[in-house]
Design a protein around this ligand. Structure first.
Ligand SMILES: [Zn+2]
Length: 223
């Protein structure tokens, strides 16, 4: 049974919200009867279930093995297994992601996950970047940039204009590899066009005609 918290205020209508943890918050008038609240909640059962599912999926994208058993790795669901070990590390094999940990703390899990994610993303970037180093930087007589990884929540990538380096977000690990490909190209194109003008997007399209479908992957909560 879902937990329901009732907050009474000087209002006429009743409002229902599903919280991040799936519990319900009902806001209603001072004298609304208990049975009316329950009737109201049950009349919205389908909406509640859908909202709760959405929350779960949202959570699983961000889990990193810390809060639950499911982690999204390059767009695929992996099940987390925790093993006692001398040194912290994290490996992916089939649909299992194994955390080897000295102690099973959220901090160690997160650190091991981010290290494994950064290593994986960096090796993929090293596969893809050659094309853009040649077709974009060398072709325009620009220096080859440095690329580093950082855990960023607000942005997928940053081109530090003038400093000749690109930062890519560790969070890309949760999305299909095409999303990473798109963000990488996006940042490279900023060497040619710094803003997000029409010219910017027509240049992106020139190098990656299917970029819109890839970009869309990043807008999905569900992978
Ligand atoms: Zn941009």
């Amino acid at each position: 049974m879902t937990e329901i918290e009732v907050v009474r205020k000087k209002i006429k209508n009743m409002y229902l919200r599903v919280r991040e943890d799936g519990s319900l918050l009902v806001t209603c008038g001072r004298y609304t009867a208990q049975k009316d609240i329950l009737r109201f909640v049950s009349s919205r059962e389908e909406w509640i279930i859908k909202a709760q599912l959405r929350m779960q999926k949202h959570e699983s994208v961000n889990r990193e093995g810390v809060n639950g058993p499911v982690v999204y790795w390059l767009g695929e669901k992996k099940y987390a297994v925790y093993v006692q070990a001398k040194r912290d590390s994290c490996t992916v094999d089939g649909d299992i992601i194994t955390f080897y940990l000295k102690e099973e703390t959220a901090e160690r899990i997160q650190k091991a996950f981010r290290k494994a994610a950064n290593d994986k993303l960096m090796s993929l970037i090293n596969e893809y970047r050659g094309e853009w180093d040649r077709k974009i930087c060398e072709a325009a007589g620009l220096q080859i940039p440095e690329i580093n990884m950082r855990y960023m929540t607000g942005r997928w990538g940053v081109n530090h204009i003038g400093k000749n380096y690109i930062t890519m977000s560790t969070r890309l690990i949760h999305y299909p590899v095409e999303a990473l490909e798109y963000v990488l190209l996006h940042e490279y194109v900023h060497f040619l066009v710094p803003d997000h003008s029409r010219r910017f997007y027509s240049t992106v399209r020139h190098f990656m005609p299917e970029y819109k479908a890839y970009e869309k992957l990043l807008k999905q909560e569900v992978l």
